[in-house]
Design a protein around this ligand. Structure first.
Ligand SMILES: Cc1cc2nc3c(=O)[nH]c(=O)nc-3n(C[C@H](O)[C@H](O)[C@H](O)COP(=O)(O)O)c2cc1C
Length: 169
């Protein structure tokens, strides 16, 4: 049986191999905008149309997000690593929205030039240790014509490329 430190390290190394698309969750409460970078986004179901994200309870968006219950999941494009860096601690919460061309829809900040913008309403917030699993019903989804998401793997940004089809025989 491995010790706790070793299990944590093996988990960390394993997760470096889990490539994920980078997103920013954004919301607005009392005239103040909040946002953080996340990779914990997972589509949940088509009926109802729903999506989940795991948000650390210590982050600046945690309380406002659960208060207002309305938010956007901005799926970043490969050219938006600067947005990801700003929203993951590179800038203090109040200055983050200076990076990227942000707009607003029904009082929710969103990035019109992201790969996709998923407008959500919280259906459930499930507390699990340090995080809340935020389950949102998707009220509207906008997407870009091209497909060029920003990927995070092995602690770095990357792009996804389709595999060339293998010819049979
Ligand atoms: C690529 C990447 C993915 C992240 N994914 C998550 C996530 O899924 N959930 C989360 O709570 N924080 C995640 N973080 C960390 C937050 O973005 C970071 O803690 C951020 O500074 C939010 O905290 P603050 O608003 O209190 O500064 C991620 C950071 C990076 C760089």
């Amino acid at each position: 049986m491995l010790g706790q430190d070793q299990r944590t390290e093996h988990f960390r190394q394993s997760m470096r191999r889990l490539a994920s698309t980078v997103c920013v969750i954004s919301c607005k409460r009392g005239g103040e905008r909040y946002g953080i970078t996340v990779t914990s986004v997972t589509p949940l179901s088509f009926s109802p149309i729903s999506i989940l994200a795991c948000v650390n309870k210590t982050t600046s968006i945690s309380a406002p997000l659960k208060d207002v219950g309305r938010y956007c999941i901005n799926v970043l494009r490969a050219s938006q690593a600067d947005v990801s860096n700003s929203f993951s601690g590179g800038l203090p919460p109040k200055e983050r929205f200076d990076v990227g061309k942000w707009a607003e829809m029904d009082g929710i900040p969103y990035l019109p030039d992201a790969q996709a913008s998923l407008f959500c309403e919280i259906d459930q917030a499930i507390s699990y240790a340090t995080h809340d699993i935020i389950i949102g019903g998707v009220t509207a989804a906008h997407f870009a014509p091209d497909i060029a998401p920003l990927i995070y793997q092995n602690g770095s940004y990357a792009v996804a490329a389709p595999l060339a089809l293998q010819k049979a025989g």
